[in-house]
Ligand binder design. Structure first.
Ligand code: UD1
Length: 355
């Protein structure tokens, strides 16, 4: 609540800069929510650290608690998740509709409990987000689906391995099939798998739990199923958020100045850093993060979003904001989510020239 806004909830931004100093990049939203969902797969107490202070962690916690785990947060960046194995594989509408990542309980619950009742997922408001690839892959592994009244019901007495080839490297579908395959009978291969750093983080987490996964970090994953008793709880530090790191870079780019981004992982951002250097930013990888300096007016570039290691669609609002104060004309092409341009109308209200 901002007193200057007459009681309405809003953020007032005043022109400032240049920016100077250090900022810590926390763990990735797009990883921690998936790690939390994967904790449904084994009994015991998981400790997940480097947890970001974001609302979605609270919503995912509520969802997992409704399913049957207990979660404590001894400090803001740590989650202790206790799984006794007494799970009710039902994910209610009120929670699922609030975050897209709730779809990630599908694979773990199905493989652990043999059935799931899940409200169809909501999340960000940028167009239809189908789950046909999740469904087709799980069907190939022996699942039967029923859809009615906005709910999905899935049944599989015991999943079996399958050879799955995606026609597009979907992040969510890769994660759901990966988790399902960990406890399936036999070997599953996923070809044209997504290979985002957050998928590598999930693979590392599952391997610590006792999963057998080959090809981590590549687009061909091979998963050899294990018995449920072979998985156990583990401790894990969430990978740094490359989108948040890019957000700080964009702030520095627009306001000018020099920032040190502690814990940023420049090796996860090769392509975007190369393109931001093309715009004139000074970006230097450090042993403990990344330094960004912006001293002159940026130049425009053309950018197209692509699956990793291409430019992530999540960077696009940042890049468009940077382009709006750069010299020249830049063309931005979205290849993942056609509706993901809504903020452009808001930028236009700040008198940016979009042709
Ligand atoms: C995740 C990220 C999101 C990011 C996106 C792409 C989370 C919570 N969200 O979303 O921030 O923008 O990756 O990097 O991790 N598709 C289908 N059928 C499917 C699945 C996906 O057609 O069954 C399409 C989607 O509509 C979209 C594209 O594939 O056009 C990418 O989707 P996907 O990679 O699955 O993204 P998410 O996991 O939803």
């Amino acid at each position: 609540m901002n007193p200057e806004s007459g009681g309405e909830c809003c953020i007032t931004v005043r022109r400032a800069g240049p920016l100077e100093g250090e900022v810590v990049v926390p763990g990735a939203k797009n990883s921690v929510l998936k790690l939390m969902a994967a904790s449904l797969m084994a009994d015991g107490v998981f400790e997940i650290t480097n947890v970001p202070a974001i609302a979605d962690v609270g919503i995912m916690s509520e969802l997992l608690c409704a399913i049957g785990v207990t979660i404590n947060r001894p400090n803001v960046d740590t989650l202790m998740i206790s799984n006794s194995g007494e799970l009710t594989p039902v994910a209610p509408y009120e929670l699922v509709e609030r975050i897209r990542a709730s779809i990630n309980v599908l694979g773990p619950l199905l493989t652990r409990c043999g059935h799931v009742r899940l409200s169809l997922p909501g999340g960000d408001d940028f167009g239809a987000r189908p789950i046909d690839m999740h469904v087709a892959g799980l069907e190939a592994m022996g699942t039967t689906f029923k859809f009615s009244h906005g709910y999905l019901e899935a049944y599989a007495d015991r999943l079996h391995g399958a050879d799955i080839t995606f026609d597009f490297p979907s992040v969510g579908a890769t994660e759901n099939l990966l988790t399902a395959a960990v406890l399936a009978d036999g070997v599953t291969t996923i070809d044209n798998a997504a290979r985002e750093p957050e998928i590598i983080d999930l693979c590392d987490f599952l391997i610590k739990m006792g999963a057998r996964i080959d090809g981590v970090g590549t687009s061909h994953l091979t998963i050899e199923g294990v018995r449920p008793g072979e998985l156990h709880a583990c401790d894990h530090e969430t990978v740094a958020d490359r989108i948040q790191a890019a957000t700080y870079i964009a702030a520095c780019a627009v306001a000018g100045g020099e920032l040190t981004l502690l814990n940023a992982q420049p090796r996860h951002m090769d392509m975007v850093l190369a393109r931001l250097r093309d715009m004139g930013l000074d970006l230097e990888p450090l042993p403990f993060g990344l330094r960004v300096a912006s001293c002159e007016r940026m130049r425009s570039i053309d950018v197209a979003t692509l699956p990793y290691p291409g430019i992530a669609t999540d960077y696009k609002p940042l890049i468009i904001t940077m382009l709006s104060v750069a010299s020249g004309v830049g063309i931005v092409t979205e290849n993942l989510y056609p509706g993901r341009f809504r903020y452009v109308e808001e930028l236009q209200r700040l008198v940016v020239d979009f042709r």
